[in-house]
Design a protein around this ligand. Structure first.
Ligand SMILES: [Zn+2]
Ligand SMILES: [Zn+2]
Length: 264
């Protein structure tokens, strides 16, 4: 039985891609980088992309699918996504010959040795999902691009050893920033993006449920800083008597460089 290895190759509104492997199975979640850039970053971390057999897509926004068509074509990796997401991409003229239709997508399917369970997220795409993955030893989950944490989302994240969760913006920076008002409303709304306070608020509950690694992701370049995101969650954890570094390891995912490889 394998153990999970996780590396966020890019995270944010200019492109998202996370590499996950366990034993002989490797996959990526989203391919929002040019394939050239993806290869460069994977190489930097010693990741062998030729072993990637699947791309799990969260939704059809370009920062999650920019390099998808080319990557799936070149690599032969199968593409999994909600049917409505596939239809939207086809209507945009994108050809996804390696799309794998899964009946009852949301109830789950297997990719090699990894069990995949998608769950719906509140976001302003046609259909957005997060993923909970299990290798039989541990569970991990990824949830970026969501407007709020519903009870269902929280239950899907609970009990996971590692959680990648959005920490998009600092509420005050967004409010005072240069974005036009409608865009501010969109980001802060129920189908927009999670604030630092939102992700901080659930961090303690995740740790209580057994989470040992939290990776804050999809940070805004304009309305956040890595330090602010990190400190907001760290302080909230401390209020619950949880020490970062001892009880849980907290990290931030970056837009322009890959994270360290997290090994469970
Ligand atoms: Zn996004
Ligand atoms: Zn999105």
């Amino acid at each position: 039985m394998g153990s999970f290895e996780i590396c966020t190759l890019a995270s944010g509104s200019k492109g998202n891609c996370t590499y996950i492997s366990s034993g002989d199975t490797s996959l990526i979640v989203d391919e929002g980088l040019s394939v050239r850039e993806l290869k460069l970053r994977a190489e930097k971390r010693g990741i062998d992309l030729s072993s990637v057999s699947a791309v799990l897509v969260t939704h059809e926004h370009y920062d999650h699918v920019k390099g998808l068509e080319q990557f799936s074509c070149e690599s032969g990796a199968r593409v999994y996504m909600p049917l409505t997401c596939y239809e939207t991409m086809r209507a945009r003229g994108e050809r996804l010959t390696r799309y794998e239709h899964v009946d009852g997508f949301e109830t789950g399917f297997d990719v090699g040795d990894i069990r995949v369970e998608p769950f719906r997220l509140p976001h302003d795409a046609r259909y957005t999902v997060g993923y909970r993955l299990s290798d039989g030893k541990n569970d991990i989950a990824i949830a970026t691009d969501l407007g709020y944490v519903s009870d269902n989302t929280l239950s899907r994240l609970s009990g996971c050893k590692a959680v990648i969760i959005e920490s998009n913006h600092d509420k005050l920076m967004l409010e005072k920033g240069r974005y036009p008002f409608p865009l501010k409303m969109r980001i802060a709304g129920k189908t927009g993006h999670l604030s630092n306070d939102d992700s901080a608020a659930i961090a303690a509950q995740l740790v209580a449920g057994g989470t040992e690694r939290i990776l804050l992701a999809h940070l805004s370049e304009d309305n956040n800083t890595p330090e602010l995101a990190f400190e907001t969650t760290k302080e909230q954890l401390e209020r619950h008597g949880i020490r970062e570094g001892d009880d849980v390891v907290l990290d931030v995912a970056y837009q322009y460089r890959p994270s360290e490889i997290i090994r469970l």
